[in-house]
Design a protein around this ligand. Sequence first.
Ligand code: ARG
Length: 576
Amino acid sequence: MIKKEAEKILTSSAKSQGVEDEFSVVFSNMPNCDFQCNSCFSVAKKLNTNPFELAQKIVNSIPSNEFFEFSVAKPAFINIKLTQIGLEKLGKEILNHKYLKKKEHIFIDYGGPNLGKAMHIGHMRSFNIGEALKRLYKKLGYKVTSDIFFGDWGMPLGLIMAMLEKEGTLEKYMSGELNLNIEVMNEAYPKASKLKDEDRFFKERAESLTLAFQNKQEPYYDFWKKLRDVSVKEAKKVCKLLDADFDLWNGESDAREYIDTVINIFKEKNLARESEGALVVDVAVEGEQIPLPKKTPDEVQRYDNPMPPLIIQKSNGGELYATSDIATIYYRNKFYHPDILHYLTDGRQTQRFTQIFRACKKAGISPANQQLWHTGFGTMNGKDGKAFKTRNGGNVGLLDLISMVQEKVEEKLKQNGTDYDNELKRIIANSAIKFADLSNVVEKDYVFDIDKFTSFEGKTGPYIQYTACRIKSILNKAGSFKENLSFYTPEQKAVVISMAKLQASYETAFNEKSLSSVCNALYDLAKNFSTFYNAERIISEQDLNKKFTKLTLLKLTLNEINSACDVLAIEVPEKM
Ligand code: ARG
């Protein structure tokens, strides 16, 4: 790597001056400077000398080299500019970049829709962020297994059963006399969910039907399977719509045969105690202070102390979401042996995952060297900063939001006079949603401004797609050409450097478990490409060498945009 080359030169020049330290190099945002070294500040402090003089001493003793020009900038930066040959070398590195295979196996759990209920925007964020992280892990060479982890074992399916029973159709659906489909479920659930708050008997019936299928009591267990099949099929359609795919389509119900095993582990290891008829595990850490969220920035920090115990068995014997998760960790370890387990959910589940992880470590259900990660993401809000609402004030579900964005995209395509079909509309809408979802700091809430994010200009998914389409169309016109990496203008150089930054952003994204660095670097690449495109003629360039250099730059840029979009799960259309 050329960056490493610069570090080597600096470190050995320092050594020739009697300074035994490592000098590191980073990309620079300064004009007329490609990389920079900030190490002189800390090294001078350690040696108790003047940092500016140290920088000068190092730079003055660098032997001549073909890749870089070094200079010192006040107060004590070393600026590094690539020479023509250096730039060409960087171009080659970008072209041949490979990610080494890693030995770790990452198991990623995201999406997690609850069967029977309409999916909400939080599920969409989980699909988007999880899918992109999964693809990032694969790109970086990790072995990856993904699981959607359906919420398929709780009340919602019991509520639907209770509603059908109340309406007198349950038996007919059970026997097949009436055809069970997703519309029937979509209609029954909201009615049932409302009624359970108004009618205690109805709620109790739904609870006992839930217990009945959980205890495999027929005919309810069999009917539960039917309800599950219908909604899994529907969920798979939504995944396809969002370009999310999974290795495993498991759910809470797949953990049920391990529930007793894990409860026994806690009991045998004396980690569980009874509390008001329930079984709980203490997970608080002595002296720990759990910061409570502040209502205003200058509010005095308050703490919730200690971490509440985790309930693993309810007094009525019914199963719990947390116990399902623990049993799931148990069988994931039994069959898949992941080194890292990564969960993506709404930030409101953060405390719950801390409790689960601690309980699993205490009981040895998760081995000591296994890493357990949870990323809690913020909410996507409407322009008013509040939860998204439809035009008539209702809550916006996942499918509503997608249609709202698709409508907007359609308007724009019409305005531009573009020929389009439903698939083009879908992939542009997806890119608008995904790019917005992924470019924000993952834990923060953010405002989804439909107008802004569907625009073909600015920091948006459609702008990235548009840039790629433009390159494709020039390359199609140009036909075949001989690759040439002798980039020679500042605009070309800026594009090459942004590609190197984009390649470097994947490691950053891995460390941050967030794709914002990739989105930012991708946008910078597209922007620098546009500057180059507006400044230079390409197809009409007369000098063949220059023309081939520019076409090579186009080809490289397209490759890099394509592979970043592939990580973000944004499709690049042929035309738009
Ligand atoms: N079904 C859950 C929900 O809607 C999300 C599942 C997340 N994954 C997990 N292993 N708990 O909130």
